[in-house]
Design a binder for this molecule. Sequence first.
Ligand SMILES: C[S@@+](CC[C@H](N)C(=O)[O-])C[C@H]1O[C@@H](n2cnc3c(N)ncnc32)[C@H](O)[C@@H]1O
Length: 219
Amino acid sequence: MASQNGQQRPHQEVGHKSLLQSDALYQYILDTSVLPREPECMKELRQITANHPMNIMSISFLNMLLKLTRAKKTMEIGILAMDTNRKYYEVGLLTIQKAGVAHKIDFREGPALPVLDQLLQDETNHGSFDFVFVDADKENYVNYHRRLLDLVKVGGLIAYDNTLWGGAVAAPPDASLPGYLRHYLEFVLQLNQELAADPCIEICQLPVGDGLTLCRRIR
Ligand SMILES: C[S@@+](CC[C@H](N)C(=O)[O-])C[C@H]1O[C@@H](n2cnc3c(N)ncnc32)[C@H](O)[C@@H]1O
């Protein structure tokens, strides 16, 4: 990746900066992202994500996906609608209320796995979800996937965030990694392997944000 003065930057560091190292490029992505057309919501989203400009790409991309797939019944594991911490849900709540969609959100505070197990007990939930976004505890991504496959309809979409894990997924085994990247790396690698080998889905690994894997259920 060339920097502003045209010189090649070394790819030593593993993390967001090694994927896109130029701050000018971050700003360019912010300025040219295809964003939702609700200006008030976007102003707030820009503020919320100001410290993580790459998130804008994920958000604008997910917004586009939801519109393309015309999803009506959706689930998000991470902040909406399941999160262990209500405070994170409340970060987005003001924007959600301004957008007039608060009545559509069924927020459950607590770990997501028991909620998924509860959903699975009701046959009518099987194959009923159009879209699921997972951005939560990496240790459980594989457990989520095994359950979500039953809940999403054939033709439905599951999106997993952070599947490039700051670039660490492709780092040599002896690379020096920040502690949190090293700690969760094995879970992200295991998920990526399972997704690639799963005959029930078609997948696409997008180098957007921190890596977003799209899985379309095909059987
Ligand atoms: C990186 S944040 C993502 C937040 C949100 N999805 C977003 O894109 O802004 C991860 C979230 O996962 C939540 N989380 C962690 N463990 C969880 C679990 N077992 N079940 C549900 N949510 C969990 C955290 O509280 C945190 O809000």
